[in-house]
Ligand binder design. Sequence first.
Ligand code: NAD
Length: 252
Amino acid sequence: MRFKDKSVVITGGASGIGAAAVRRFHAEGAKVVIADLNDALGEALAAELGTGRALYQHTDVADWPAVEALMQRAVDAYGRLDILFNNAGIGCFGATPDLDIAEWQRVINVDLNSVFYGCKAAIPHMRAGGGGAIVNTASASGLAGDYSFTAYNAAKGAVINYTRAAGIDHAREGIRINAVCPGPVDTPIIAGVKDMPGVQAIWDDCVPMGRFARPEEIAAAVLFLASADASYMTGAIIAVDGGLTAHTGQPN
Ligand code: NAD
């Protein structure tokens, strides 16, 4: 019960890594606000938990007023805001000449601007409560480049350095800000590519551990960073990637 009575907002909480984090925070005693665009999944997860410690709020994380309202909802419902997991994200294929300006902007809005909006909206509430912890979902794709994934690579790379900058800005206020960098995780975001014939085996082979992560394996690292066990960690960038970014890419 590391998070007993902690008030936690999780964006992208209806699916994948976010949903795994929602379940684990809740199981460890937290009061959770699930934020997502997918109302059916978000409402169902809140109903499944259904103990008065879970609620769903429809939120577009790329919309600043909606993100401000989300943090206020947590404070209105639970009296405070202790932890924010900035996790919602989308992907988009395309090398530079092929990428529409609108697609680039959408990925930057959802994957990068959302993280700034979340921190900007949450930090005043955390200050009022005497401290807090924020975990941002970056990616192994923010530490190095992928073929034809330029907008996502740019957004996640920026999330990483934003996390460092924000982490040091708020270090003396008791607000810790860290990021996780997942490698491939078995969630709906990559199902369309992963399920193409033969792709899963090729992809598994790129990962030293030889498999995708389960969403729960990323959530475990997120909960560690959000917990008192990580009390001396801020601005840290943690790879949770089965060894992917430890590898030069040269053959075995
Ligand atoms: P997912 O698709 O299962 O979950 C993403 C959630 O974000 C969905 O519920 C979706 O509805 C929500 N979302 C999308 N746009 C939103 C918006 N504008 N406002 C609010 N919610 C929105 O995928 P996932 O793998 O759990 O992704 C979670 C995070 O992990 C993302 O930031 C993703 O980039 C990152 N990530 C995933 C992988 C992977 O391989 N799955 C690897 C590295 C990083």
